[in-house]
Design a protein around this ligand. Structure first.
Ligand SMILES: Cc1cc2nc3c(=O)[nH]c(=O)nc-3n(C[C@H](O)[C@H](O)[C@H](O)COP(=O)(O)O)c2cc1C
Length: 328
């Protein structure tokens, strides 16, 4: 995730039970692009013991191929193409999710990249641009190329993050695609993750914001699969996690400025503090200095009460996550 899943984040997550693999923030590709050096560090300095896929975003075939060749020289598990980003600035350029409006362009792009990439090549998509009914035609395109994996954020681009996901579309992909299909969107704990797997038959899950909120989620899911005791983190464990993120990110930030760092941390803390009882979320938004940051965290998190497994049911951030469990 942009501005989140960088090297320090990967390190801090991995200490609490890492996923089977990571995916980098996307490398923007255009005629003048070169590989972003900060993102590159999450590949060349990755010491988590887990493989990392490099993700690219763009629409220009020769430059995507050029970038894929540069990435292929690095210790990556494979290359992932982003067809899901809903940011208006990206979609306006017909990149990311914007490309889903032009199935022909998607067809050409995936075909050319598949030919050029000898290693693993995967695609990350949404279930359509305007409407989920666009998905069957997109699936036909994905199926017609020998891609090595398809990750599906189960919303359309226009739905952004503001609806429940559509597990039936992910299930259709599982039934159609010869490669593994990974389900993504709104997994907030082991129960929602298991529900998404049950409903879709997907080969795995991609967990984004849920892992920022709860970095123990991967260990908790694995404990569920193995019928062992899952970690049960407390507020104090969360405080420790936040402090580690604060310090590791600070250490890796070029031209570190304390006030800017607090603003940077607030973006990540929005997911972590979301729905915790009391005024943590409110106080967090108002903090300005490192002193505020430490004082607010101490005031709200210095105790051993267990963390809630799920966000509030009316959560806007994880809109409709509870719907994953409907009918089970
Ligand atoms: C801040 C932020 C940055 C993101 N950056 C990327 C990205 O670089 N590449 C990508 O494929 N998805 C990106 N996403 C989308 C997530 O990977 C994921 O598809 C989406 O958040 C839904 O899954 P979740 O509910 O598990 O977070 C980003 C999401 C957020 C919130």
């Amino acid at each position: 995730m942009q501005d989140v899943t960088d090297l320090p984040f990967m390190r801090v997550i991995a200490r609490r039970g890492a996923p089977d693999w990571f995916v980098t923030e996307y490398f923007r590709v255009h005629p003048d692009s070169c590989l972003n050096r900060y993102i590159l560090r999450s590949i060349v300095e990755n010491e988590t013991g887990k493989p990392v896929f490099a993700q690219m975003i763009g629409r220009d075939i020769p430059n995507l191929i050029r970038t894929a060749r540069e990435l292929a020289k690095l210790p990556i598990a494979g290359i992932d193409l982003n067809l899901g980003c809903p940011a208006p600035i990206v979609c306006r350029k017909d990149a990311g999710g914007g490309l889903l409006r032009s199935p022909e362009a998607v067809h050409r792009l995936i075909g050319s990249l598949r030919e050029a990439i000898p290693g693993k090549f995967t695609v990350k998509t949404r279930v359509g641009y305007h409407d989920e009914d666009e998905f069957p035609a997109l699936l036909e395109i994905f199926r017609s190329h020998a891609i090595d994996g398809l990750t599906i954020h189960g919303r359309t681009v226009v739905e952004r993050y503001q609806t429940p996901v559509h597990p039936d579309r992910v299930r259709a992909a599982v039934e159609t695609m010869p490669c593994p299909v990974i389900a993504n969107g709104n997994v907030v704990d082991a129960e929602t993750g298991q529900a998404y797997l049950t409903k879709t038959g997907a080969a795995g899950l991609m967990i984004g914001r849920g892992a920022i909120r709860n970095p123990w989620i991967f260990s908790q899911m694995i404990a569920g699969f193995e019928s062992t005791r899952p970690p049960a983190p407390t507020h104090r464990d969360l405080w420790e996690y936040i402090l580690e993120l604060y310090e590791e990110i600070a250490r890796e930030t070029p031209n570190f400025l304390p006030l800017a760092h607090v603003q940077r941390m607030k973006k990540t803390l929005a997911y972590i503090s979301h729905g915790l009882e009391g005024e943590f979320e409110y106080d967090m938004r108002r903090m300005k200095t490192p002193e505020d940051f430490h004082e607010v965290c101490r005031r709200h998190l210095d105790h051993d009460l267990p963390l809630p497994a799920k966000p509030p049911l009316d959560s806007k951030l994880f809109c409709g996550f509870d719907r994953l469990m409907d009918g089970l």
